[in-house]
Design a binder for this molecule. Sequence first.
Ligand code: PLP
Length: 400
Amino acid sequence: MDKIYYFDNNATSRVAPEVTEEMRPFFGELYGNPSSMHFFGGGVQGHLDLARERVAALLGASPEEIIFTSCGTESDSTALWSAARAFPDKKHIITTKVEHPAVMNVAKFLESQGWRVTQLPVDEHGRLDLNDLKTALTPDTALVSMMWANNETGVIFPVEEAARITRAKGVLFHTDAVQAAGKVPINLKDAKIDMLSISGHKLHAPKGIGAFYLKKGSRFMPFMMGGHQESGRRAGTENVPYIVGLGKAAELAAANLKKENTYVKGLRDRLETGLAAAIKNIRINGSGAERLPNTVNISFEYVEGESILIMLSEKGICASSGSACTSGSLEPSHVIRSMSVPHTFAQGSIRFSLSVYNTGEEVDFVLKEMPAIIERLRAISPFADGKPLFGIDACQTHNH
Ligand code: PLP
């Protein structure tokens, strides 16, 4: 493939060259253990401190509120397990119907262990009604976990307001900000958010590094126990090169926030309006809600998302759907289903997610290729006569 047209940044993003450069010495000469007493380890500790400050700055937090983890999934697990163990007398958790599996599957497991789990619904635009949260909170609630921005649609939840409502009832609030960090401003200083998750590989750091924000004074039980690293809140020798990389990526993300909302949003809007003008019978999922500047989720009526993705891939274009099936029978993702997208559209849902590395020329290439792809697929679709596209067989969802 001569050129890769990469529009799958919510799945993972390219490591910024500045990040690689910053990490390089820690694979070579700077191999000390930051916990060591000697000068060599101590020298490395200074770089960890800097990374913590940079991540804290991106989130409007204090450095001592940042705990490094191995990924967004670990950060999410940390939040849910902490709440479950810190409040042994409480047995209720509130999440939403559109959470990433990193939250949803932990909640499901807790449910199998006798917890009550409330999943707040969303409307057709993917929006929450915070009255549902108010109604759901009970004296038995240990935690509310609500994502900041949805990975499939980019829809942003009013987490600061939700956290205020939750705090007023004395309940802990966690937000999965894996897709929000670096794309929308986050300022935790005055927010009532107790815990927050981020992941390096969504913001141009490598895969396998994340961070967890724990508000000073919030009740907490560590997920990993052992040594005294991260002030006893996450044991295990620190992954120094990756932490340094995440720190650099956080610094770049903070500097690029404006670009995200001008340049990247401009490209996303050009893609979205271009597709809407060129192709009939499409829906922009979440367009009635506040959304991330980089994400567009589109449903094409009477076509199947997987087929579109395969044909785009043949042209070098990387996009994604919310679901991946093993058996040839497709079910729309839980996010699209929760938004009650009509059946004839739902299976044809795909996501383009952009970054600062995309260009206008790349967007124009997609705009040139896409109409013919949809036309070809609709021409061979046996379902365009209005029959349902697929049965509702169970299928494995695979969400990024
Ligand atoms: N939460 C959301 C919203 C995500 O999009 C993802 C990754 O796709 C995760 C959590 C998991 O992050 P990680 O891949 O770092 O485990």
